[in-house]
Design a protein around this ligand. Sequence first.
Ligand code: NDP
Length: 455
Amino acid sequence: MSQYDFDLFIIGGGSGGVRAGRIAAGYGARVAVAEEYRYGGTCVIRGCVPKKLLVYGSEFGHAFEEAAGFGWTVSGARFDWATMIANKDKEIGRLEKIYRGIFENAGVKTFDGRATVKDVHTVVVNGKSVSAGKILIATGGHPVKPAVPGAELMITSNEAFHLKALPKRVIILGGGYIACEFAGIFNGFGSEVTQLYRGEQILRGFDDDIRNHLAGELVKTGIDLRVKTDVTKVEKGKGGLIVSLTDGSTLQADCVMAATGRRPNTDGLGLEALGVDLDEEGAVVVDEYSQSSVPNIYAVGDVTNRMNLTPVAIREGHAFADTVFGGKSRRMVYENVPAAVFSQPSVGTVGLSEAEARKRFGEVDVYRTVFRPMRATISGGEGRIMMKLVVDAKSDRVVGVHMVGHEAGEIIQGIAIALKAGATKADFDATVGIHPTAAEEFVTMREKVREPVRA
Ligand code: NDP
């Protein structure tokens, strides 16, 4: 019998913590978890899942417009925000119960409350000290607002999920995942959307062709996207919020949403006092096995600020449990992790951008296609799909695949398997397309693009 109350104490009942707890308990570890808010974490409660439900809901806005070309008359279509939010909340409540159930079914003791770390083997939760052999920090992150006067008048994604009414005029700050996704959500539901981004082009870090193409597509859907523009001040005015911009102009809005990044949740946890190294953002610094500078304290997921994606946190949690409690040395592999931005149209990506590939391999072949989706031929839609393959010229290996278009995430998920398996361009060419689909273009691109085309 161990000298501690538990073998493992997990702080945070989100994606990473749930997976680590279930797997560790499966290996026979005595596990406890503390969650201060709702089980499921950011992804389930106020991230990926409710966001995707809002994306689905908002896509009907465009679908009704497209339907006319196919002979439909959709008269009197009206959107009710309260119904959307209530149904979304019901689903999130259902999922939360499932997540709590995962712990309970695995025999994990749950504490509903905020936990802090007192010493390297003691956690305090609800005023009670609990000892554990190992501690896993899986506390996630939180959205941050820019430091400008009136920032308190802005909302973040946290509040966007619970707005009482759909705002008529929305300003979204940022050019990352959350900004692009919420711009599409509000736009689809019928709000007037202005998206402001401080840099040259949205989605910094993504392939440049994808960034440029998406920006053009967002504008076509009616989003007023302004790059090289930032907010200097937000004030309350008579007709709503008055937002001052870096170009000297002002905008009026009913809602200003900051989607300007997220920070790890380590404040007040007590980690620094124990000698746990944190980086300048407050993230727990860990090695490839998610071990912190204090050997029995580990961290997984967004709190480590490595690659802030749910499936990555889950794998980090699983690898931690395998390594520490399962006797199998496992670590997360961060190469070729596919990702999607659920903007409208969406972005799917796996592997290297063209610029990254050129840096790594020198000589790179690029294949790119831009086309009108079949559905748009009758609907009259203006949208264009873009697909791009980046190939290491020497080995013929496909090292990056990128797409802007409907269901890009669904398509890229399958292609990511090919990249993981080391597929070459010849393998892509030898694959028979499924006709008629958009995805078949990925196996029919034959002409190399010599120079990247800038929009
Ligand atoms: P991102 O880091 O993706 O984007 C933040 C954006 O805000 C960037 O455009 C950044 O500009 C801008 N920004 C940062 N600080 C300021 C500031 N002070 N003033 C003005 N603009 C600023 O963060 P998100 O919040 O969108 O998302 C956080 C993370 O969550 C993502 O990186 C992703 O890992 C994950 N996520 C994944 C999703 C998915 O898988 N579909 C969905 C949502 C989130 P700049 O580029 O110049 O730094």
